[in-house]
Write a protein that binds this ligand. Structure first.
Ligand SMILES: Nc1ncnc2c1ncn2[C@@H]1O[C@H](COP(=O)(O)OP(=O)(O)O)[C@@H](O)[C@H]1O
Ligand SMILES: [Mg+2]
Length: 249
């Protein structure tokens, strides 16, 4: 189980002062479950993922993996312990072929698995394996390759940051089926999907709503989804500005 205890995180703003991004996140992610983390843009979802991965450091609070504190471990130490993160905006590595990148991500994977990981994200291996990861790929293609890397690595805690971005509905549904069959009821694994997608959220085991650097609501889809769906769509489209009260009565 992955547990976050009172996680706070700050960044330096332009005038050299600290801005608080995460304001005391308490939650736990159990094995065998698929979690949706949702909420309006700028709420702090990616920051939570980056704190879990060790890319951002918390200013206060603790992170535990299976009871062991990992708050001070480096990114690579956390990766070795089985935490993986597919970036919302993946970096481009010029000069590496897609096959190189997938093989580096999962050295144990044979070519059959490498090829099937590309198919899982809707890319034809014949067209993509030899292409350079830097040049000429669209944002959506880079995003799919990032997800293929995470699927191949198959870590015990897998965090997908907005997998729907730049990916067609057909592929999203295929990817979702794959995530559900790999993680749901798997006694060793947990998936965390940061998403606004109305197909993904209702089929997850638990929904965590993050806004203003805090968890505003948490529960099963039945408890949370009806409460948030209109507000989320509205906020995502930036059509309304006001505070949202997600309190479950
Ligand atoms: N490295 C950073 N430097 C400055 N501000 C940041 C940084 N990372 C995140 N933020 C700010 O923190 C807030 C939450 O961002 P983020 O976690 O990316 O939100 P979400 O993923 O929910 O859209 C935003 O206002 C964002 O601008
Ligand atoms: Mg984000």
């Amino acid at each position: 189980m992955l547990k976050l205890e009172n996680i706070q995180m700050q960044v330096d703003n332009d005038s050299g002062e600290k801005t608080e991004i995460l304001k005391g996140i308490d939650c736990q992610f159990e094995k065998g479950k698929v979690y949706a983390v949702t909420g309006p843009n700028g709420g702090g979802k990616t920051s939570i993922a980056k704190v879990i991965m060790g890319i951002y450091r918390q200013s206060q609070g603790h992170i535990y993996l299976d009871g062991e504190e990992i708050s001070d471990l480096s990114i690579s130490e956390r990766a070795k312990k089985g935490i993986g993160y597919a970036f919302q905006q993946p970096p481009r590595f010029k000069g590496l072929s897609i096959q190189n990148v997938l093989t580096i991500a999962a050295p144990q994977a044979d070519l059959v698995r490498v090829r099937s990981s590309l198919r899982d994200v809707g890319l034809c291996p014949e067209d993509y394996l030899d292409r350079d990861l830097g040049a000429g790929l669209s944002g959506g293609e880079i995003k799919r390759i990032e997800m293929a890397q995470l699927l191949l690595r198959n870590p015990v805690i897998s965090i997908f940051d907005e997998p729907e971005a730049g990916v067609d509905l057909w592929t999203i549904q295929k990817l979702l089926r794959l995530i559900l069959s790999t993680y749901k009821n798997n006694p060793r694994k947990t998936a965390i999907i940061i998403t606004h997608n109305e197909k993904i959220i209702p089929v997850c085991d638990e929904i965590i709503v993050v806004e203003g650097g805090m968890i505003q609501a948490q529960g099963t889809p039945e408890q949370v989804w009806n409460l948030i769906k209109d507000d989320i769509e509205c906020k995502v489209r930036n059509q309304c500005q006001g505070e949202i009260n997600y309190a479950i009565n």
